[in-house]
Design a protein around this ligand. Structure first.
Ligand code: KG4
Ligand code: ZN
Length: 340
């Protein structure tokens, strides 16, 4: 075996996806995700069901990742796992599994912060892809977080702004729920919005200080809007679904873009990277790209499979920490609140 090649097994179980990946240095050999459909019928993630599903999924998912990469357990150099932030019961499954396997194989254990991983996913090696230059700004938008982070180095990050209440993914999902769409509704809003008029309806944009965000008011204003309109016409939502989705999306994306532009102006940084599940949104991708021409930004958008929750992003952090010899002890425990 070529010893300059390091094989990292990465495990992600912070929310409702059970994921495992194998990386050879910074190249992804396999990236397996088992989604948990059980939550759809409840309109949101049910923590207890999520941890039980992780228990069922974790062994098959890891086996699949090893098989697809054509790697045997004994060839692994280290095991990286998501320590937090996330749902404690979910995190415990991945953490316990990673600890036991690393102990059994006698190889190092590496703990990873999920939010840091969404950002460092940009360093996964891919053909024809350049990586962001330091310092860059990262907009991390997911179902659990909304942050603008200044990234000075791989492990030197500073949060410039974040949501004071709901995360942007929650704003998408809760709005979708009000429209009667199944969970998670973010991708559906994106889909219907493509056929709608973004100016059809106007929703208020909150005034939040500095580079912070707030999305809870938007949900309330959408609720009142729908109640008012369906009183006049019970079929209002069905008849105007595309326009409502386009208008909601327009509001959310404008809120994000305004703050991102402000952050770029304040810091003078024009290297802009986005990550997290919501960066799969087609309108946000388009608006970010448009800023290359308009404001001279250089933008970085990960491949779709590295945007939503995945283990490849845990693996790249694992590899970067491996190079530094930054290993976790067997006493390490899951951490539901884990600040960047
Ligand atoms: O990063 P992620 O997979 O999980 C968390 O760490 O939260 O993000 C999931 C979130 C969900 O709220 C989902 O609705 C949202 O990302 N999402 C989208 C789109 N694809 C996923 N929101 C808007 N448009 C999309 N295309
Ligand atoms: Zn995430």
């Amino acid at each position: 075996m070529n010893t300059s090649k390091k094989y990292i097994l990465a495990i992600e179980s912070s929310c409702d996806d059970t994921a495992a990946a194998i990386l050879c240095n910074s190249t992804v050999l396999s990236n397996i995700v088992a989604n948990q459909e059980i939550h759809q019928q409840y309109g949101g993630v049910v923590p207890e069901l999520a941890s039980r599903a992780h228990q069922q999924n974790i062994v098959p998912v890891v086996h699949q990742a090893l098989a697809k990469a054509n790697i045997g357990k004994n060839e692994l150099s280290a095991i990286a796992f998501t320590r937090g932030p996330g749902l404690l019961g979910s995190l415990l499954v991945g953490t316990s599994f990673a600890k036991s396997l690393a102990l059994g194989l006698g190889i190092p254990l590496i703990e990873v912060n999920h939010m840091q991983a969404h950002i460092l996913a940009h360093f996964i090696k891919e053909e024809d892809k350049t990586v962001p230059n330091f310092p860059f700004l990262a907009l991390t938008i997911s179902g659990g977080h909304t942050q603008i982070v200044q990234v000075n180095d791989h492990f030197d990050m500073e949060i410039l702004g974040e949501s004071l209440d709901d995360a942007v993914g929650e704003a998408f999902d809760k709005s979708a729920k009000l429209l009667g769409l199944p969970y998670p509704g973010g991708p559906l809003i994106d889909k219907y919005a493509q056929k709608g008029n973004p100016k059809a309806f106007e929703f208020p944009k909150p005034k939040v200080e500095h580079l912070n965000f707030s999305f809870s008011g938007l949900k309330t204003s959408i609720l009142y809007f729908i109640q008012r309109k369906t009183k006049e016409n019970p079929d209002f939502v069905q008849e105007h679904l595309n326009d409502i989705c386009a208008s909601i999306q327009e509001t959310i994306v404008t809120i994000l873009m305004d703050k991102l532009k402000k952050a770029s102006k304040i810091t003078g940084i024009k290297e802009i990277a986005i990550g997290g599940g919501v960066s799969a949104n087609s309108e946000i991708r388009k608006r970010i790209r448009d800023m290359e021409q308009a404001l001279g930004w250089k933008t970085y958008i990960p491949k779709f499979e590295y945007c939503t929750d995945n283990a490849a992003m845990i693996g790249i952090v694992g590899y970067l920490k491996y190079l530094k010899g930054d290993f976790a002890r067997q006493e390490v425990s899951a951490k539901a609140r884990y600040i960047l």
